[in-house]
Design a protein around this ligand. Structure first.
Ligand SMILES: Cc1ncc(COP(=O)(O)O)c(C=O)c1O
Length: 388
């Protein structure tokens, strides 16, 4: 059998290796504590589950959904944008439902990238930006995110000949894996830059609602002129503990939204309507619920940072997202240090180079495991001897 090069050349998905390492330890009777994948341990809120039960009984929801999503879902997303960001959207043309943000992110490449085209992506980054581009036959030009620059994309780092050819630019703040945040002025710069070079600006906003210490993250669509050139990807996965229900959405320039709808309508038939009703219920949860959910992560963040600092790992508390991204002690590669944690104290972390070469020298710890496991993981980490 002859497989396509896009499959033959596919690197293993980052977390497959981590799951294997956990399984191998389990076979030896060792229970590892995993700070690996970012998958909320807390349950989907009860009103959201109740919405599913009710929605599942409606015969209209037993049928194919419309690719773009229920009008009620899109209207609720538009209201979220108005209330949260002060951005006015036409729900019929500027919002689309997604089967999780990942699906939309991967398919977005098919809207813009032809074989040989260039996409610009940060490094380190969520791997799907590059893979989507590769599936569409394009190549990715990586811009290294530098700690001293607050992990913001420095547009001056992109060669002009690359910018002239590029079709898309990916950004995401609050950032995975670095936890970095971006001020609205950065989004203004990104919009100006993309307009100058006629590049579609794609912002992955999966973590805008997971922030700490009073920080409120902006949407790229708040930037001057963003609706001319930008599309933003959102997700209820992390925001409302709903990774299993696959509720995401994209919003922005109507031609970009329409292109995504046309691509998707030829590939999938949209998210089940019952799950979209869950999405409406999630967006209806009170601010207090979201604040309390984030407060659990904030407490975990502070505990993890404090223990890492005690053992000589210079972690800094991020203002957003679900991860501690930290440089590792000198003398180790990311993979070596992650292996050391697994071998010596049975703790799993994600090696930074899994997010691209710019992540070398870092590890990522996810805050999405129950408090008792966090405590046990930290107890183990505190026993670690770090001799550089
Ligand atoms: C930066 C980023 N974007 C998108 C996603 C995917 O979100 P969803 O579950 O909605 O597909 C993730 C999930 O880890 C993520 O970290």
């Amino acid at each position: 059998m002859k497989f396509a090069a896009r499959v033959e050349n596919l690197p293993p998905y980052l977390f497959v290796g981590i799951s294997r390492a956990i399984a191998a330890k389990k076979e030896q009777g060792i229970e590892v504590i995993s700070f690996g994948i970012g998958d909320p341990d807390m349950p989907t809120p009860a009103p959201v589950l109740e919405a599913l039960v009710e929605a599942s009984r409606k015969p209209a929801n037993h049928k194919y959904p419309e690719t773009e999503g229920l009008p009620e879902f899109r209207a609720r997303v538009a209201r979220f944008y108005k209330d949260r960001f002060g951005v006015t959207l036409d729900p019929s043309t500027e919002v689309i439902n997604l089967i999780g943000a990942k699906e939309g992110i991967a398919h977005a490449a098919l809207c813009f990238i032809d074989p040989g085209d260039i996409s610009i992506s940060p490094d380190p980054a969520y791997p799907v930006y590059e893979i989507g581009t590769m599936f569409a036959g394009g190549t990715t030009h990586f811009v290294t995110l530098r700690e001293e620059n607050g992990y913001l994309v420095d547009f001056a780092d992109i060669p002009t000949d690359v910018a002239k050819k590029a079709k898309t630019l990916w950004i995401k703040y609050p950032n995975n894996p670095t936890g970095a945040i971006a001020p609205l002025s950065f989004f203004d710069d990104a919009v100006r830059y993309c307009k100058e070079f006629d590049i579609a600006l794609l912002h992955d906003a999966a973590y805008t609602e997971i922030t700490y210490d009073g920080y409120v993250a902006p949407s790229v669509l708040q930037a001057e002129g963003a609706m001319d050139i930008a599309m933003e990807f959102h997700s209820l996965s992390k925001t409302a503990n709903m990774t299993g229900w696959r509720v995401g959405m994209a919003a922005g320039n109507p031609e970009m939204v329409n292109a995504l709808m046309r691509v998707k309508s030829n590939i999938d038939s949209g998210l089940s309507q019952a799950n979209q009703e869950m999405g409406i219920a999630a967006l209806d949860m009170s601010q207090e619920w979201f604040d309390n959910n984030n407060e659990v992560y904030r407490k975990r963040r502070d505990k993890v940072v404090s223990v890492l600092n005690e053992i000589g790992v210079p972690a800094i508390a991020p203002k957003g997202a679900l991860y501690i991204w930290t440089p590792i002690p000198a003398g180790y590669t990311s993979a070596e240090f992650a292996q050391k944690l697994l071998d010596e104290v049975n703790v799993v972390v994600t090696p930074g180079n899994g997010y691209g070469p710019g992540g070398e020298g870092y590890i990522r710890l996810s805050l999405t495991i129950p408090d008792d496991q966090i405590d046990e993981g930290l107890r183990r980490l505190a026993q670690l001897r770090v001799d550089a």
